[in-house]
Design a protein around this ligand. Structure first.
Ligand code: GSH
Length: 222
């Protein structure tokens, strides 16, 4: 009997990636929501799960872990997984791991950086809305990232150069979906094709729909 619990918030991109990965991999788990809006992540009980107080985190038979990419590797080991999402083949897994390490300071820095400044900060924290001048540096980073991602897709059509979509694609998708409606991808047809394909995966569709329903309540103007 598995005792895997995923803690997180459905609006958090790394939480979504973790949930989608566990679901796609058929790793049995239960989801325990943690509400960032009411700062439940700062509570005593959650600080015992992760001292860093961020989502996602997991507990598994008394062991706790945080950082979405580390959670993917742990869950794969704990459940002895060998699927297209995180194959055991050491070269494929090596490339996926390389992407997951790169993800945080590149994909997430560019895309979540823009999403936070454009949507989150003005809606939730009362920050001044971006104007053409203050938005420009964020868009520059997003476009530089789109150029790099187009180059990455050129190898096989997928993020980590795998023959089929992997968890690396799931991580990218969840960052990109936050800003998809507010960026122009006309110059990036390969990214559009990839985005539409990944968005058709059942678990991706299901969790994205759930997240959109919650987002509509939290960000009614967007
Ligand atoms: N590198 C972390 C990022 C986690 C992260 O940034 N989580 C955000 C939500 S998307 C969070 O919990 N923020 C609240 C906080 O840090 O206090 C991961 O991949 O798990």
């Amino acid at each position: 009997m598995s005792d895997l619990v995923v803690y997180g918030m459905i609006l958090s991109q790394p939480t979504l990636s973790t949930l989608m990965f566990c679901s796609l991999s058929s790793a049995p788990f239960t989801f325990h929501p943690v509400d960032l809006v009411t700062e439940e992540n700062l509570s005593d009980w959650y600080t015992k799960v992760t001292p860093f107080q961020a989502v996602p985190a997991i507990s598994h038979n008394g062991f706790t872990l945080w950082e979405s990419a580390a959670i993917v590797a742990y869950v794969a080991d704990a459940f002895d997984l060998d699927t297209q999402w995180y194959p055991k083949d050491i070269k494929a897994r090596g490339r996926i791991n390389a992407y997951l390490h790169w993800h945080h300071t590149n994909t997430r820095a560019a895309l979540d950086g823009y999403f936070t400044a454009k949507v989150l900060a003005p809606t939730l924290f009362g920050s001044e809305a971006l104007n053409e001048v203050t938005e420009a540096p964020y868009l520059l980073k997003v476009n530089e990232w789109l150029d790099t991602f187009t180059w990455m897709l050129a190898k096989s059509g997928y993020t980590a150069g795998t023959e089929r979509p992997s968890v690396a694609d799931i991580f990218v998708y969840n960052e990109l979906s936050c800003i998809w409606r507010i960026i122009c991808v006309d110059r990036y047809p390969d990214v559009r094709r990839w985005y539409e394909e990944i968005g058709e995966i059942d678990e991706v569709k299901r969790y994205t729909r759930e997240a959109a329903e919650v987002a509509a309540k939290v960000f009614p103007a967007n």
